[in-house]
Design a protein around this ligand. Structure first.
Ligand SMILES: Cc1ncc(COP(=O)(O)O)c(C=O)c1O
Length: 472
């Protein structure tokens, strides 16, 4: 493709992109293709001869688009959002065009220094103290893995990196029963072992029971096990429960344990001063992660990882082969030393674009609105006698179920599962489920970039209507 062809197709593509964004609501939110359907439509062999971009776009429309689930639809209420926004998309276009590999300062000083500045901006926006330094990681899973490995190295005096897992005895990691599976994955793959992840019971509001946490720590110490890391969550995946950061942090400090906070989705709400109570006691946090790629309108992937003692992170991850030695080492941040991958995308650019384009005030307004939508949805549900709210409504998550009068408890899971499938198969809305106290719960998240009260109210009417039809 010549540069002239590129220019022509890029203009056409921008038209396609804008019209997709304008019309995203018209697509069925959840793709309804069957397993293998897309695969079978693709040729067995790669083409031997050059093909045109126009033919690729035709195949995109015919083969690929039917297999896309439209995360940017305002009728997407599933999982947690993976929001984008026009300023973020534009910045991604620049990142793709520059195609800089930003592994160290010298491979693009602007990328490293913009990243450093964006982390300072974000730190200020979410109210973390100045003692924290930040780095952009790909996902929260990677950041949590980095946190647990750093905790492992700190407790072992950096000996596990040298001698292997046997060098430190039995290390223990703690989190609540409601914690995201990325913590289990990290403990499993970092040599601590899944059996050494202790899942602490939760209270009635699904937040970590910090008293039970301390009891478990004391018991482990008595048995000569070594408490290594505690993970608390701000906005759990199931119900958006908020673990007690202050009390947990004090326990960690008392027992010399690394304290990691996973605020993957909920961290964005910290840009609102009225939600800062969620990180009260943050001076005892060692590491903190949140995803602008979930709720802060920034294309996947973009994870903000903050750490109080970056030296321990760097000591854990740095490696210095001859070909990576530079004259600026020590004077600048070489972010390849701040996590697992060597190669790094220029992710700071889209954050810069999002924050500049909205400004903090407009970001706050949108996040506040999303939280208000969850409250209004919860009121609508509470007002219907055949429905019930199953968990406290925190942030942007509402867990509920259809409970027609007179229906036996043991039938409710099946009814709600069926309701969920019918709703999602309709293509009109997409929501996912969780289990709350063992019950199948429908779960709606009002955090999509362009969701409005109108979308939420229409979704709720559809849910009620479908439930009524299901009940005969
Ligand atoms: C609380 C929590 N932590 C971590 C993750 C993992 O996020 P990522 O996909 O960025 O690894 C999720 C994903 O939904 C989550 O809800």
């Amino acid at each position: 493709m010549t540069t002239e062809d590129f220019r022509k197709h890029a203009h056409e593509l921008v038209e396609w992109m804008a019209s997709y964004l304008e019309n995203v609501e018209k697509y069925p939110v959840k793709s309804s293709v069957k397993p293998g359907e897309i695969f079978r439509k693709l040729p067995e062999d790669p083409p031997a001869d050059p093909g045109s971009f126009t033919s690729l776009m035709n195949d995109l429309e015919e083969i690929i688009m039917p297999g896309i689930t439209h995360w940017q639809s305002p009728n997407f209420f599933a999982y947690f959002p993976a929001n984008s926004s026009p300023p973020s998309i534009l910045a991604e276009m620049i990142t793709a065009t520059l195609a800089a590999q930003c592994m160290i300062w010298e491979t693009s000083p602007a990328a490293a220094e913009l990243e450093e500045k964006m982390m300072l901006w974000l730190r200020e926006m979410i109210g973390l103290p100045e003692s924290f330094e930040g780095v952009i990681q790909d996902t929260a899973s990677t950041a949590t893995l980095a946190a647990i490995i750093t905790a492992r190295e700190r407790i072992s005096g950096f000996r596990i990196n040298e001698l292997g897992a046997a060098a430190a005895g039995t290390l223990r990691v703690y989190c609540s029963e409601q914690t995201h599976s990325s913590v289990e994955k990290a403990v499993k793959i970092c040599g601590i072992g899944r059996s050494n992840l202790v899942k602490i019971p939760v209270k009635d509001d699904y937040s970590l029971d910090a008293d039970k946490l301390e009891e478990q720590i004391l018991l482990d110490k008595k048995q000569k096990k070594k408490p290594c890391c505690v993970v608390a969550t701000i906005g759990t995946t199931g119900t958006a429960a908020i673990d007690p950061v202050k009390q947990t942090g004090e326990i960690c400090k008392k027992h010399g344990i690394w304290f990691h906070v996973d605020a993957a989705m909920g961290g964005t709400a910290l840009i609102l001063p009225e939600f800062r109570w969620m990180i009260e006691g943050c001076e005892n946090i060692d590491s903190f992660v949140f995803n602008p790629h979930k709720w802060m309108f920034t294309n996947f992937d973009c994870t903000a990882y903050f750490i109080k003692d970056p030296d321990s992170l760097i000591k854990t991850f740095e490696i210095l082969p001859e070909y990576l030695k530079t004259r600026t080492r020590g004077q600048v941040n070489d972010y390849r030393d701040w996590g697992v991958p060597l190669g790094r995308r220029f992710r700071a650019l889209k954050l810069w674009s999002v924050i500049r384009s909205y400004g903090t005030r407009e970001l706050q307004k949108k996040i506040r609105y999303h939280i208000e939508l969850a409250r209004q949805l919860s009121d609508m549900i509470s007002g219907e006698p055949d429905f019930e709210i199953l968990a406290p409504v925190n942030l942007n998550v509402v867990c509920f179920r259809f409970h027609p009068r007179g229906t036996k408890e043991e039938q409710l899971d099946k009814i709600n599962e069926k309701l969920n499938h019918i709703l999602n198969d309709s293509g009109k809305i997409y929501l996912t489920h969780t289990r709350v106290k063992g019950c199948y719960a429908l779960r709606m998240v009002t955090g999509q970039t362009n969701v409005t009260l109108n979308h939420v109210a229409k979704a709720w009417e559809l849910i009620k209507e479908t439930a009524r039809d299901l009940n005969g």
